[in-house]
Write a new protein. Structure first.
Length: 276
């Protein structure tokens, strides 16, 4: 037998007795901290003052979390707006019983929109540069950050793949299942590593970072194409949309891909690095 299914039944976090530190939350923390160090390297390379990193970190965290949460509610769970509206903005459940749940629903498309808006505000107030300048750079740590988020999803046994109908795959026992599924979270994580490497190489080894919007566009095309194709082996996140020819994630990915193609192939606009 070439493949043998993996039985997946991990701990969800570190139990301190009075509180559990969830690995999913730790994955977000790792993503943000690693992103800060990567951006520090870029700022040093381009002679941008290091004190501008701290507000960047705050804008990135808030843009990501607020955008991801609102995106999930608007794209996947709109019923929360009338069934349990406080849970949209607070990490608690109120509808049936009061319970700390954390923000269980976070959507990557919403996070992308949130980051774009946050970078516009950050550039306007702190960096005093074209928004595309910071977007061309922030997408590189975002790509590697996506790896850790998908690992968190894998630990949580969520955003699962479709059944493989073979001995290959992962059995998510915490879902009460006994059959293997595609580890779609790991497929995405692996592809995001490749996206990160391509963007990293393009920044350091070519002059494309000087073409305003190119790296941002390349990121949009690569990352959302990965998302589009891997969705074919993932279960629909909204049950009543399972019969759609393309699922919600795929439909939402198409505009990002088209926007990315525009920035890649638009007439050349050069970025001039300034001393700050």
């Amino acid at each position: 037998m070439l493949f043998s299914a993996i039985v997946w039944d991990p701990s969800k976090g570190i139990d301190l007795g009075f509180f559990m530190i969830r690995y999913y939350s730790l994955m977000y923390l790792v993503a943000f901290v690693l992103g800060w160090y990567i951006m520090k390297k870029f700022y040093k390379n381009e002679n941008i003052a290091e004190e501008k990193l701290d507000p960047l970190f705050i804008y990135a965290v808030l843009g990501t979390l607020i955008g991801a949460r609102l995106g999930h509610v608007l794209f996947y769970q709109t019923e929360l707006l009338w069934e349990d509206p406080l849970s949209v903005i607070l990490p608690f459940q109120f509808s049936t019983k009061f319970e700390f749940t954390g923000f269980r629903g976070l959507a990557s498309h919403g996070a992308a929109i949130g980051i774009i808006i946050a970078m516009y505000l950050y550039s306007k107030k702190h960096l005093k540069k074209n928004t595309l300048f910071i977007l061309d750079r922030i997408v590189i740590p975002v790509a590697i950050g996506g790896v850790f988020i998908r690992l968190g999803n894998f630990i949580n046994s969520e955003i699962i793949g479709k059944p493989t109908h073979s001995d290959y795959g992962v059995i998510f026992t915490q879902l009460g299942e006994t059959f293997p599924r595609h580890p779609a979270q790991l497929y995405e994580a692996g592809c995001y590593i490749i996206v990160f490497i391509i963007l990293w190489f393009t920044y350091w080894k070519t002059d494309k970072k000087d073409k305003t919007g190119f790296l941002f566009g390349l990121f949009l095309v690569l990352l959302w194409s990965v998302r589009f194709f891997i969705e074919f082996v993932k279960e629909a996140q909204v049950e009543n949309r399972a019969a759609w020819s393309l699922n919600t994630g795929q439909w939402l990915s198409i505009p990002f891909i088209l926007l990315g193609l525009y920035f890649i192939f638009r007439p050349n606009h050069r970025t001039t690095a300034s001393k700050n």
